[in-house]
Ligand binder design. Structure first.
Ligand code: SF4
Length: 338
């Protein structure tokens, strides 16, 4: 659907959901405040188009004033249709800027043939975009990563890095000069796909660079898709777990004072204490999905998955190998697509 055409009811409902989820993430993590200048990184992929679209929509109804500046990095990939984004943004009337920097040649020169180029490409892109933000007094940088990117990154780190590490909805950039935000952190990728189709965004293909796919990420994506098919709601359950950490059940003394644990002693317990303990156990058991649903957290349990609880019945994944390093997300600053 091109700009200005009438939107179907289904698309309007989907837009309302995306607005709600993005609005909740912005509020939960205090992503945007009055007077903020927010740089929206646009790659031309579905995620970044959706991000800009939803932020513009929220900006119109927000109780505070903030500024949005769309920024694209033209990496000089062969065949990149340089006019597409400027035409789209000019028609929208959004302030925008295109940075031109030939990161493509650098990546091609440095990365051996047949290897994935995304790591270096993302780092160079991040550098160019952060530099632009610093030079233009922009404090907030919005990226299009969504819930599925976050869960995939969790499993990449778990399986290949031996760390419980995902991708935060809000973080400080490495040099401490910017706050990076991910307003689509609660949004499912399938909803973004539907929305992008419905809005008929002029998508620029991702594979112009000719990079090999990241095989590990592809395998994780496939695994999660199979799980989701067999147990609908599982991805949401995993994402919910990221919001309900229980460090005393893990094994990292930096996050729980195991050394300081002391037993209460061996005196007999009163009936009230025993009942209190029982009560505590009972309440604790409700802190999984049931509590999430009651609190209206994103992604209600899909019919058929009843009984799935955070913790998955105590099933534990062990890291496959001793950690060499943490895998640092798909931190593609223009979108979540790399
Ligand atoms: S797929 Fe995206 S991140 Fe990866 S090398 Fe190509 S342009 Fe860069």
């Amino acid at each position: 659907m091109r700009h200005g055409a009438t939107q179907s009811r289904t698309l309007t409902r989907l837009q309302a959901r995306l607005r709600g989820e993005a609005g909740r993430a912005i509020e939960d993590f205090r992503m945007i405040g009055p007077g903020d200048r927010v740089m929206v990184c646009l790659s031309g992929g579905k995620d970044s188009y959706t991000l800009l679209d939803i932020l513009l929509s929220l900006q119109r109804s927000a109780p505070i004033d903030f500024e949005l500046i769309a920024v694209n990095l033209d990496q000089k990939q062969p065949g990149f249709p340089a006019h597409v984004l400027p035409d789209y943004l000019a028609a929208l009337g959004v302030p925008f800027h295109v940075i031109e920097q030939d990161t493509y040649s650098v990546v091609r020169r440095v990365v051996p043939q047949g290897r994935t180029m995304c790591g270096l490409c993302s780092r160079l892109r991040r550098g160019a975009l952060y530099r632009f933000a610093a030079e233009n007094g922009i404090g907030k940088i919005a990226l299009g990563h969504h819930r599925d990117d976050i869960v995939e990154t969790l499993f990449l780190n778990l399986f290949f890095g031996g760390r419980l590490k995902a991708m935060a909805p809000k973080l400080l950039s490495e040099d401490g000069r910017h706050v990076v935000i991910r307003p689509l952190a609660y949004v499912a990728e399938r909803d973004i796909e539907r929305y992008a189709r419905g809005r008929d965004f002029p998508i620029i293909p991702c594979k112009l660079c000719g990079s090999q796919d990241n095989l590990q990420r592809r395998a994780i994506k496939r695994m999660l898709a199979e799980w989701e098919r067999d147990w609908p709601g599982r991805t949401e359950s995993i994402f919910s777990a990221l919001r309900h950490l229980e460090p005393d059940t893990l094994a990292d003394p930096r996050h729980f004072d195991f050394a300081g644990l002391e037993a209460r002693g061996l005196r007999p317990m009163s009936m009230e204490e025993e009942l209190g303990l029982e009560e505590e156990t009972r309440t604790g058991a409700q802190h999984g999905w049931g509590a999430d649903l009651a609190a209206g957290l994103p992604g209600a349990l899909v019919p058929g998955s009843a009984g799935v609880r955070g913790g998955q019945g105590g099933r534990v994944f062990e890291p496959a190998a001793k950690p060499a390093h943490g895998i640092d997300s798909a931190s593609d600053p223009q979108s979540g697509r790399a």
